[in-house]
Design a protein. Sequence first.
Lengths: 419, 419, 157, 157
Amino acid sequence: MDTIIAPGTAATFDVARIRQDFPILSTTVHGKPLTFLDSGASAQKPRAVIEAMTRCLETSYANVHRGAYALSEAATEAYEAARVAVQRFLGAAEPEEIVFTSNSTVAINLVAHSYGRGVLKPGQFVLTSEIEHHANMVPWQMLRDENRGIGLRYVRVNDRGELDLDDLAAKLADGKVGLVAVTHMSNVLGTVTPAAQIARMAHAAGAKVLFDGSQAAVHRHVDVAAIDADFYVFTGHKLYGPTGIGVLYGKRALLDAMPPFLGGGDMIGSVTLERTTYAEAPARFEAGTPPIVEAVGLHAAIDYVTTLGMGAIEAHERALVDHAMAVLPRIEGLTLIGGAQDRGGVFAFSLDGVHPHDLSTYLDRHGIAVRAGRHCAEPLHARFGLEGGTTRASFGLYTTAEEIDLLTVKLTEARKFFA
Amino acid sequence: MDTIIAPGTAATFDVARIRQDFPILSTTVHGKPLTFLDSGASAQKPRAVIEAMTRCLETSYANVHRGAYALSEAATEAYEAARVAVQRFLGAAEPEEIVFTSNSTVAINLVAHSYGRGVLKPGQFVLTSEIEHHANMVPWQMLRDENRGIGLRYVRVNDRGELDLDDLAAKLADGKVGLVAVTHMSNVLGTVTPAAQIARMAHAAGAKVLFDGSQAAVHRHVDVAAIDADFYVFTGHKLYGPTGIGVLYGKRALLDAMPPFLGGGDMIGSVTLERTTYAEAPARFEAGTPPIVEAVGLHAAIDYVTTLGMGAIEAHERALVDHAMAVLPRIEGLTLIGGAQDRGGVFAFSLDGVHPHDLSTYLDRHGIAVRAGRHCAEPLHARFGLEGGTTRASFGLYTTAEEIDLLTVKLTEARKFFA
Amino acid sequence: MNEAASPSGAGDIADLYSRTLRELARDPAHQGRPASFDATARGDNPMCGDRVDIYVSLDGERIREARHVARGCEICQASASLLTALVPGMTRAETTDLGRRAAGIAKTGIGDDSNDGLRRLSVFAVVHKFPSRVKCVTLAWNALDAALAGVKETSSE
Amino acid sequence: MNEAASPSGAGDIADLYSRTLRELARDPAHQGRPASFDATARGDNPMCGDRVDIYVSLDGERIREARHVARGCEICQASASLLTALVPGMTRAETTDLGRRAAGIAKTGIGDDSNDGLRRLSVFAVVHKFPSRVKCVTLAWNALDAALAGVKETSSE
Ligand SMILES: Cc1ncc(COP(=O)(O)O)c(C=O)c1O
Ligand SMILES: Cc1ncc(COP(=O)(O)O)c(C=O)c1O
């Protein structure tokens, strides 16, 4: 699928043309052209995704897995084809290793319930980190707080915003960690974590590893086999796909050993009043009517990014990151949070004397959408002494250097305005 | 909203015109016009729903609750407006009583976890029934099987396919039932249950009551205040809305007393590494990025059915039910399952000498979509000695008497074909 | 997709329910639970309720006799019937291979007449036009495989 | 909706951050934790991290003095500042009512000059053009209400 544009050849990445694929990018906000720098919260959708969903609803919609009639067969085929598309996208061995959920949050909660409550043993620990999005922290806290004897440890983050691997090693050393659950890319700092190395360390200590790929899967080519992830999660709406769908990848043997999470239709083997047996994975974890049309949309999104080439997207974004790293720190009073070596297009910063909320309102009136707050990462903000929040600009495949320049200009103006 | 067509005036219900609102209804299957009689599994979507979602994606999409910029404000407003639309649709007192989930199944699991594990006490029972969809049975079995001391009882169903209210009374009598969880309309028998009476009986015995309205909310005007439901659930895709969204209504005081279910972003009060506090309902129960575009689609679906008038839809469907009751039993070898007094447009039947699966394939080749199997209600099929399944025809607001007549003709032909 | 589906309409129906298939479905030859057997397993399709019990008697590594009790549609019954007719004399490796070929024929529509057994299985080639029915063909084969592997239950889902 | 939004663009920004509002936000008059007080509560906005602590000293049923420590945006600071200026002398019923009116002004954009306090609160009328900022106005009022009700924490979400 990478054939149209070879990975890394950013020169052929025609961002002006690509922007035309996204209807919303030609709208205006407060009379200004939209400068959308909040893709980290949720990305905009290309026409291909919107049209795939519309076409499904207009010509081949029915419930899946249940009907011996043409429409239902077509819907089932489309739904299962989306699973295969995700399998290939992640480099998973089999489509059965792909479970559709409603977002990353539910995917992580699924593991916290089924693996955390069903497989981990009292006396074991989950090891997460200070850098995490609440989605990869609160479910583990809830597990800890149920008094099942499952503890929780956090890997420290260093001042550059990188996971402290010595601390990771130290916290794995006693062999009591059953599961390491860390992000593959921070939604605040942009830090990309060394997933393969973390997996090796976890496995050497007898632990399984889950990566929260909500951000990473959007910006990098992910290969779950290469990094040897046991679980990997991402969410459709950040990958230029629909809301209402997320993905859990799990190694077949792990999924097979996990009890179900939610009960209902489509996840059963047989049901009597007394006793119910459960279907095999992935059906066992997909109770109820799944996000059918959303799967079709996600499939279209995956086709879209793989046709552009994840390598080309990464190269384009790397150029943007280099540009941002060159211009943003020159703005007077601006402090970037974190400075990891390996980072994606997410920049959280503070601007002296301007509250993030006021700044974001100011930028909005100039058409620039950025996020203010703590970005569902309160402990990380506390770690950097930024309880009051930061402003965050995050890039998508449609982001341009000109947009970053506009941001730079308006940040400088804002500082004057609020002086 | 009921002003265009007064409730009950089926004469003004122009089904031919209404069918034109549904793009898929003018497609063909195997060269035959589509006769879609599987709305009970999932309904088709009117153009208004498809267009509302497309418009949102093309002009005003962003993540909700998080941004101080125009697009995010618009998306948040649209999402919260959908909540208000659902509140009005169900007659709930406040929008805060409406929790968005991904479908009915997740809504029921939410109650099983948060109310079942968080509020019910050891020694108490959940009382469900033999008539239920697996979605309202398996979650309670899972709760029972966790050995928390919470038991499970089933209300019997009589030969007509109605809940046996004497049995209900008997099983409530010892005051040990904490929650009654029953369907408001069977997805197999079409039986509409006497919700207000069940709620009165439950409350008199000190129990709360949850209604699975997945089918009922589509066919009847539901008023949770009038029936005094404590919890009420339905699913978007059956109500002519999108997949990926469902609804849990819960009385404010009950939701307020329930611990959260899933952990993540948007459901927290504050997070530190040691301790997390949770937001109030409904946010407490909506972890992660919600089904934003799906909420917009559901809102459009609710506007669509309320503009037609739930009363008018009910009257139209009642006429179809009467017609079906007149013609179906005349078919030689056909046995209808159940014969409740109060029923909606769902008919499960067996046809002598023809296996449901073969029958459904036969009908499909004539453009008729019906469902074969046990319709996620195995215990109910066992109760009626139909372990091998049934064939089910179910109606939507776009169903016509002519379609039922065509079904009748083809059923007779099928019997000859398979003789 | 509905538009892409065969335009021949109801014609296919007669192709699917061919005389051969319907005779197989009704063939009493290998039906019924035997008084004694060496291995058995049940195949269940939870979605539609189809169920096939397979019973086998062995002669060393080879199947002496196979019987079935099938509650299911005509395709399911025909598949169980043909299976029990074909497998006597075979080893597990051979039946596994044959089952895989039967599934292949049903999925792809490409028949095979390299030997008599495969030729007879080609009655299921038409099933590929009815994707939701492929599992009606495979249910009995999965059950046989489970029986020979010593597993008690299986499913075609 | 983006298209429906005000076309005046950046002009609004100056309206929102009026001189009055910005002076209020910087006004040191009622800032800081007092040495002693009768009631206090904290308002937290978990989404953006804004936090307001309100401290009140009472004279019977009436507020003698109110002070605030606000970590938040200018609107949040201005609201806390104006609140502490306005509420001395009031009962809880009166402050609840005034808080409701402040929220109403911020939500609807309709100012009120039936008395001096309301006239001063009308500086927040422009906030209705910035829907996500309404809660910046209400946070301090919610905290005051919680303090007088004896609750320790509240939130504007
Ligand atoms: C009565 C009933 N309850 C629950 C459900 C489950 O709905 P969903 O699959 O959307 O969760 C259905 C539909 O399948 C139903 O008919
Ligand atoms: C790193 C990370 N993890 C998890 C999530 C949660 O994703 P969702 O809200 O789609 O469940 C997000 C996005 O909000 C994220 O950035």
